[in-house]
Design a protein around this ligand. Sequence first.
Ligand SMILES: C[S@@+](CC[C@H](N)C(=O)[O-])C[C@H]1O[C@@H](n2cnc3c(N)ncnc32)[C@H](O)[C@@H]1O
Length: 256
Amino acid sequence: MTKSNPAFENSWGNRKRADSYSKLEFPNTYYLAYRDLPAIISKHTIGNRAIDFGCGTGRSTRFLNKTGFDVTGIDISADVLGIAKELDRTGVYQLVTNGNYSHLGTSQFDLIQSIFTFDNIPGWENRTNILMGLRNLLKPTGKIVCLDSTPELYTHEWASFSTKDFPENRNAKTGDIVRDIMLDVEDRRPVEDIFWTVPDYYKLFENAGLTVEAIYKPLGHKNEPYNWVSELHIAPWMIFVLSAQTASNNVSPIRH
Ligand SMILES: C[S@@+](CC[C@H](N)C(=O)[O-])C[C@H]1O[C@@H](n2cnc3c(N)ncnc32)[C@H](O)[C@@H]1O
């Protein structure tokens, strides 16, 4: 597998997958992705102007809007944006191309939220270019909140995902394609993601001029109304809080 992974296609760039995804709200393992976000966002950000990068069919954009942000959802797929606009007639959604975001307003945003988007983005250079473009949108006090799958997601069983049919995931290296089956939607075709290790996320952020301010790995709790499988002991998601590097903030991250 090459580093840029030319074989990888954005799974969400077709209408059937987009329709299936649009019916998802926050079931099971997805609940853990969103449960702690309001507290994390409020702890690390000030102001209310936001971009939702990789907004998909708008679930994450509507979530951010409900928490009080004035938010523009952006995505590379016209299909998902069509559904997002149908579901949220007053929402603001825009089609973008990789790394070209300056029309949205340089140094204008308090928050750039990215939920599950980098799981779908191949290539070091491509990812770095995208992150640099997003960094330029941030106000000096602005933050990027970037949530993606942990490497462990692809080698365990979960309330929302199965990976047992893909033992080759265990040998994945950064940039490789990994597969899982989503259990919460009717469409049971394997979903392909791009695998990325935690140390390589740190390198990527460094390359893009971003500092990791904090990292969160939410776990399930026994008293929650879900049939947790691995979620009580292993985190399916990791949430990075990033700021633009300056000479004074290039420090070690807080770990939670
Ligand atoms: C798994 S979906 C997540 C959607 C949404 N954030 C949510 O939580 O419901 C990932 C989204 O990222 C989008 N995406 C993938 N690569 C992208 C890129 N290079 N630029 C912008 N969006 C991208 C996909 O089209 C898809 O809509």
